[in-house]
Design a protein around this ligand. Structure first.
Ligand SMILES: OC[C@H]1O[C@H](O[C@H]2O[C@H](CO)[C@@H](O)[C@H](O)[C@H]2O)[C@H](O)[C@@H](O)[C@@H]1O
Length: 607
C-alpha cells in the first residue's frame, strides 16, 4: 500500500497516558493515535501516529470546538481536555487505570455548559495498524446486560463498553451526536488475549481515584525543593511511566519510528530496555530520593544478563528477552512519510563499550544510597568488569550506536575507566572483595591511554574518537563520572569546544556533526535534548552558573504544554522530534536541575 504522507499531528500535540505496563498517545483533539497492548513492546492496535486513521485510532472529540486546552490532574497522568464550542463546554477525562493485570483505557465526557456535538470513532487495527479484526456486538456482564463491542483477530481482542456505542460503518464504528449539560458519557476499552473470558467491568470514579492515589503517593518521595521543581516532577513521573511495574524494565521511549529527521530514514524503535538509558534513569531517580526503584531494576538486570558475561547485550525486551530482530513495516507510510517504520532494533547486536560504565556508576550510587549488594549482584559486577577489561582496547559503535565502521570512541574509553573506578571504590569504600590491585592498574592504564590518544592539543579539547579532529557532546559525561577534576583546563576546554562546535543558533546542542559521516546514515538531525541538558549540567559543574541557568531556561521552553519531551528539537519549526516521550531527555532534565541547584547552593546563591 503506497500512500502520500498526510499532514501529521505535531509530536508535541500528544499527551501520554500510562498504566505501568504500556502507554498511549492522545492528540490535542482527542485521538488515541498510538497504543501497544498489553506491553510497551507489544504490537500497536491504534497506529494512526505512523499512518492515518486507516491504521487504527480512537477519536472522541468536539469537532466544532473553538478552543481546546488540557492538563494533567495534579501529579498524575489523568488527562483532562476542555473543549469550548459555540454551543457549550465539555470536559473529556482520559486515563489508563493502574494495571491490575488487565489493560484498560477509560474516557469520560462531562458537559458543563450548554450542549456539545461529539464525534466518536473507534477503528481497531491489530498488528501495528495492519490487521482488520472481526467486530461483533456481544452481551456484556452486569445486571443491565448492556451490549459491548468486541474486536477480535488472532491472539488479540479489544472490548469497547460504554453508555452509548457507535454503530458499524464501513469497517469502522462511528457516530456524531449531541450531549447536554449535566449529561455524562463513559467509555472503556479493555484488551485481553482472544481466548480469555470477557473481562470485568470498571468503576470509572474508583479508577480515577486509584490513579490519583498511585501517582501522587509515588511523587511524594521526591525530596527536591528548588528551581524548576514542576518540570523536574513531571520528568520523574514520566520516567516512572516508562518503567514496567511487573518486570522492573525501563523503556527508552513509548514509541517507535517517530523521526529524528522528518521524511528521512533515522527512525528507530525505542520500546526496549537499554542498559545505558535505564542506568542513567536510575541515577536521576536516586538523586531525587528514590531508592526502591534501583532494587527492582537490579533484579531485572540480574535476570536479563544472567549467563555468560560475554553474551551481555546492550539492550533487552521489557521482560529481559534477548531477541529484538529489526524489521521494517512496509504497510505503514510513517510519520510525515518518514520511512522505514522499524520494529525491533539492530543495535541489540552492537558492541558499545560505554554501557558497563553507566551500569557500574548507577550501582555505585545505589550502594552509596544504602542498597546492600547481594552475593549474586556483586559477583555479576566482578565478572562484567573482567569481561570489559578484555574488550576495552577494541573499537566499538559508541553510545550513539553508529551504523558506520567501529571507532575508538573516547567516550567509551572514559566510561570503561568509570566502570573500573567504581569497582575499585566498591572495595575501598564499601569493603567488597575483588582484585583491587589489578583494577587500579587497569584504571590508570585506561586513563593514560585516553589522555595520550583522546585529547587534541590544538583544539584544546577531547575528541570524538582516536584520530578525530572534532568533538562529541557525549564527552560532557566526563564531568558526571569525574574522569578529571571539573576545573582541569582540558575539561573546561572540552566544554567550551562542544558549545562552540555543536551549539546551533537555537542555543541547543547536537550530538556530533553528522557531516563527518561517522554514523553511516544519510540525512541530518537536530539538537539532541539530553546533550543540551548535559551541557547545562557541565556548565554548572565548571562554575558558569549564569550560562547554565540561561540554557536551562531555554530548555524549559522546549517541552510541550504538559511538560513532555521528545528526543530532539527543531528550532526552525519549533517542533519536538524523535520518539516520545523519551527517557533520555527527561533524565537529562532531572540531572541538570540537580547539578545547577547544587552548584548555586555551593556558591551561596539563593535559589
Ligand atoms: O542514531 C542512531 C541510533 O539511534 C538510536 O539510538 C539512540 O537511542 C538510544 C535509546 O534512547 C540511545 O541509547 C542511543 O544512545 C541513541 O543513539 C537507535 O536505537 C539506534 O538503533 C540507532 O543506531
Amino acid at each position: 500500500m503506497t500512500r502520500s504522507p498526510h499532514r501529521p499531528v505535531p509530536i508535541a500535540d500528544h499527551a501520554v497516558l500510562g498504566d505501568g505496563e504500556t502507554a498511549a498517545l492522545v492528540s490535542l483533539h482527542g485521538s488515541v493515535d498510538w497504543l501497544c497492548l498489553p506491553r510497551f513492546d507489544s504490537p500497536a492496535c491504534f497506529a494512526a501516529l505512523l499512518g492515518d486513521e486507516r491504521n487504527g485510532r480512537w477519536l472522541l472529540t468536539v469537532p466544532d470546538a473553538t478552543s481546546v486546552t488540557r492538563r494533567y490532574l495534579g501529579d498524575t497522568f489523568t488527562l483532562e481536555t476542555t473543549y469550548v464550542s459555540p454551543s457549550g463546554r465539555a470536559r473529556v477525562t482520559d486515563l489508563m487505570p493502574v494495571s491490575d493485570g488487565a489493560s484498560d483505557l477509560v474516557r469520560r465526557v462531562e458537559v458543563d455548559e450548554g450542549s456539545v456535538t461529539l464525534e466518536h470513532e473507534w477503528i481497531v487495527r491489530f498488528g501495528y495498524g495492519k490487521v482488520q479484526p472481526w467486530v461483533v456486538r456481544v452481551p456484556d456482564d452486569g445486571p443491565d446486560a448492556r451490549p459491548a463491542i468486541r474486536a477480535i483477530a488472532g491472539a488479540e481482542a479489544l472490548l469497547l463498553r460504554g453508555d452509548r456505542l457507535p454503530p458499524a460503518d464501513d469497517h469502522r464504528h462511528r457516530e456524531t451526536f449531541d450531549l447536554a449539560a449535566g449529561e455524562v458519557l463513559e467509555l472503556a476499552v479493555t484488551w485481553t488475549p482472544s481466548w480469555a473470558p470477557v473481562p470485568r467491568r470498571l468503576d470509572v470514579d474508583e479508577r480515577i481515584a486509584a490513579a490519583r492515589e498511585h501517582w501522587e503517593s509515588w511523587i511524594d518521595t521526591c525530596d527536591y525543593e528548588g528551581p524548576y521543581r514542576e518540570a523536574l516532577v513531571r520528568s520523574l513521573l514520566t520516567l516512572r511511566l516508562l518503567t514496567s511495574t511487573t518486570t522492573g524494565g525501563i523503556v527508552a521511549a513509548a514509541t517507535t519510528s517517530l523521526p529524528e529527521d522528518p521524511g528521512g530514514e533515522r527512525n528507530w524503535d525505542y520500546r526496549y530496555c537499554w542498559l545505558r538509558d535505564a542506568a542513567l534513569t536510575l541515577e536521576a531517580l536516586v538523586e531525587s530520593g528514590y531508592h526502591e526503584e534501583i532494587s527492582a531494576w537490579r533484579e531485572w538486570l540480574l535476570r536479563a544478563v544472567a549467563g555468560d558475561p560475554g553474551d551481555v547485550q546492550i539492550m533487552y525486551g521489557v521482560d529481559g528477552s534477548r531477541e529484538l530482530p529489526e524489521r521494517e513495516l512496509d504497510h505503514l507510510p510513517g510519520y510525515a512519510g518518514s520511512r522505514p517504520v522499524r520494529v525491533g532494533n539492530a543495535a541489540v547486536d552492537q558492541m558499545q563499550n560505554d554501557v558497563l560504565g553507566e551500569v557500574m556508576c548507577a550501582l555505585d550510587m545505589a550502594r552509596d544510597a544504602g542498597l546492600a549488594e547481594s552475593d549474586a549482584s556483586w559477583s555479576l559486577q566482578k565478572h562484567l568488569v573482567a569481561e570489559q577489561l578484555e574488550r576495552w582496547r577494541r573499537p566499538d559503535r559508541g553510545l550513539w550506536e553508529i551504523r558506520g565502521p567501529e571507532q575508538h570512541f573516547v567516550h567509551s574509553k572514559i566510561m570503561t575507566w568509570a566502570a573500573v573506578d567504581r569497582a575499585v571504590r566498591a572495595v575501598e569504600v564499601h569493603g567488597l572483595d575483588g582484585p583491587v590491585d589489578r583494577w587500579r592498574a587497569a584504571r590508570d592504564e585506561i586513563h593514560a591511554d585516553v589522555l595520550a590518544h583522546g585529547y587534541d592539543d590544538e583544539l584544546g579539547s577531547f575528541v570524538q574518537h582516536y584520530g578525530a579532529h572534532h568533538t562529541d557532546a557525549a564527552l560532557l559525561q566526563m564531568l558526571q563520572v569525574g574522569f578529571l577534576p571539573a576545573d582541569d583546563p582540558r575539561v573546561v576546554g572540552t566544554v567550551h569546544r562542544i558549545r562552540d562546535e555543536l551549539e546551533g543558533d537555537d542555543g541547543l546542542v547536537r550530538r556530533y556533526r553528522t557531516e563527518t559521516g561517522v554514523d553511516g546514515l544519510s540525512g541530518s538531525e537536530h539538537p539532541f535534548l539530553v546533550c543540551s541538558f548535559w551541557l547545562a549540567d557541565a556548565l554548572a559543574r565548571i562554575g558558569d552558573l549564569d550560562e547554565s541557568r540561561r540554557l536551562l531556561d531555554r530548555l524549559m521552553g522546549v517541552s510541550n504544554d504538559l511538560g513532555l519531551l521528545a528526543e530532539e528539537y527543531d528550532g526552525e519549526t519549533d517542533s519536538l522530534l524523535g520518539n516520545f516521550p523519551q527517557a533520555f531527555s527527561h533524565l537529562g532534565l532531572v540531572r541538570a536541575v540537580h547539578s545547577l541547584a547544587r552548584a548555586e547552593a555551593a556558591a551561596g546563591r539563593p535559589s
